[in-house]
Design a protein around this ligand. Structure first.
Ligand code: GSH
Length: 212
């Protein structure tokens, strides 16, 4: 499908932004990233950005003359319109396994440690206790599921959306929540393998940070 260069609105430390950035890179879709500072400047709540994403969150992607929000909807759109290289397993069972893993991250961890929750806690300590609990619980769930589904990657030996969701969340767990991944050996091994993949290296927050 012909298109102009895509524009991604994101933040370098945002795990949801990294999902989209990684998928764009994996599928070799040219894009430019525009930074929305969701932490200090809280640019997600400006009138200008709310016109792009009414949810006041990153990411948003302008592609094919439309604006898309919600990272998983964006991933599915990219998969449907640019199917090669694919991020979806071939069989219904493996697709279900992929979705299980994505959901653990997307519904079971990320929203429960989002920076947007911080003002709703009386203290930083209470926020950190809450976010740590849900992140550790999610990581244990991932470990249990991945012991059964993983090969070289999360679902067998194929890169899928599960890998795209996993890596950014693990980066957050280590860098923001200072969690020790060695308690989760399968998760930990996958993280090391995936971090060596070129499309994750090219889209790593440290690399994006140096450009903004
Ligand atoms: N379900 C959404 C979640 C988006 C989301 O929570 N983004 C975070 C960064 S990872 C954000 O913008 N937080 C700022 C806030 O909530 O104010 C998606 O997958 O795109």
């Amino acid at each position: 499908m012909a298109s102009n260069r895509a524009i991604m609105y994101g933040y370098y430390l945002s795990s949801c932004s990294w999902r989209v950035r990684a998928a764009l890179q994996y599928k070799r879709i040219p894009f430019e990233e525009r930074s929305v500072d969701i932490v200090k400047a809280r640019q997600q709540s400006t009138e200008e950005y709310r016109a792009i994403n009414p949810a006041q969150k990153v990411p948003a992607l302008v592609i094919d003359n439309v604006t898309l929000v919600e990272s998983m909807a964006i991933l599915q759109y990219l998969e449907d319109t640019r199917p090669e290289p694919t991020l979806t397993p071939k069989t219904p069972l493996l697709r279900a396994k992929m979705t299980e893993l994505c959901e653990i991250v997307v519904s079971g961890i990320q929203p429960l440690q989002n920076v947007g929750l911080r003002p709703h806690f009386e203290s930083l300590q209470k926020y950190q206790k809450f976010t740590k609990y849900w992140t550790e619980r999610g990581l244990q769930t991932l470990e249990d599921l991945l012991q059964k589904s993983a090969g070289k990657y999360c679902v067998g030996d194929q890169i899928t959306m599960a890998d795209i969701c996993l890596v950014p969340q693990l980066y957050n767990a280590v860098s923001r929540h200072e969690l020790d991944l060695s308690k989760y050996p399968t998760v930990s091994k996958l993280y090391q393998t995936l971090l060596n993949e070129n499309f994750f290296q090219q889209t790593h927050p440290e690399k994006v940070k140096s450009k903004v």
